[in-house]
Write a protein that binds this ligand. Sequence first.
Ligand code: ATP
Length: 355
Amino acid sequence: MGAEQPAVEFRDIDIAYGKFVAVRDFSLSIRKGSFVTLLGPSGCGKTTILRSIAGLVDISGGQIMIDGRRVDDVPIYKRNIGLVFQSYALFPHKSVFDNVAFGLKYRNVPKPEIARKVGQALDMVRLPGSEKKLPSQLSGGQQQRIALARAIVFEPQVLLLDEPLSALDANMREEMRVEIKKIQKATGITAIFVTHDQEEALSMSDRIVVMNAGSVEQIGTPEEVYERPATAFVADFLGKANMLAGTVSKSDGPTAITLAAGQTVNVLSPKPLPKGNKVTVVVRPQKLSVAAGANRLSGRVVSTSYLGGSAIYEIDIGGKTSLRANAPINGRVVREGETIEVGFDPGGCVLLDVS
Ligand code: ATP
């Protein structure tokens, strides 16, 4: 038995706009039925990659395969792909029915089947009976549901979602996260989602592709990229980690690191690092607790944000280093100007080799 054929595969693709190379050597294999997110800051090339699958931009090198067939020279109208954009891009003067039916009419599906499929798609997005309405009579969230119904109604091979939630308000955004995920699971469609919002990526994806300046930084499950960032960029982009510069001061047993701020901490290193090796110790604010943990760091509280069960502290630990802790309230809230001791266990951080 060979491995299952990927739904979508990028093989070393390059995409250039004139002389500017927006995507370089991008390779990715996407399993059928999975939900994959391209995550990265503005301008890193996410949308460009998404558009290349649909045929909206040309690639200048490499190959794109859908279900094992090369598509990079197949014209847009022959690619069987559903698209949802940030701006819902509905036809404003067409009814909901005509908007959703568009891809079916285009494919010459018989009329009774169109009516049945449109009805099913509207049920799926929880807007049954809205066929006769115009987009202007619907809220932003509802319009985005119609755009989703239009994209899935003809059962495309792949569903592409380009920042579909960013035009919605915060409550609607959270609701639609859950909704999109449910529909993707129920239909079993392969989905590629683009966002710069790490929470969206962490909560919705089977796998996340973290991108930076046209290249892949790391590919993994949400837990992998969050808990085990491979690079400083990934650590920082996903969840504002504390990045503590240091040097290996003892390399047998648990690795001892002397931080630039002066303190020494013991961490678990995935590979032995020689004494003197420059490293970055990555500690998530949530991994720090007040007056607990094997590695203790103390300093002066610069700011306190009380959040109910926990508080966020900005702590000056010396050496021009500021530490952010999001720690459960232990006894009482520590106020600005007071000293605090926070700690983490050797396994509660990630060590990046930067030498
Ligand atoms: P955003 O989140 O802002 O949409 P992105 O990660 O999706 O960003 P892209 O839109 O793919 O990024 O753009 C990648 C790079 O290519 C950017 O530097 C952008 O300025 C450039 N770019 C995008 N479209 C064009 C174009 N039509 N002509 C020239 N340069 C372009």
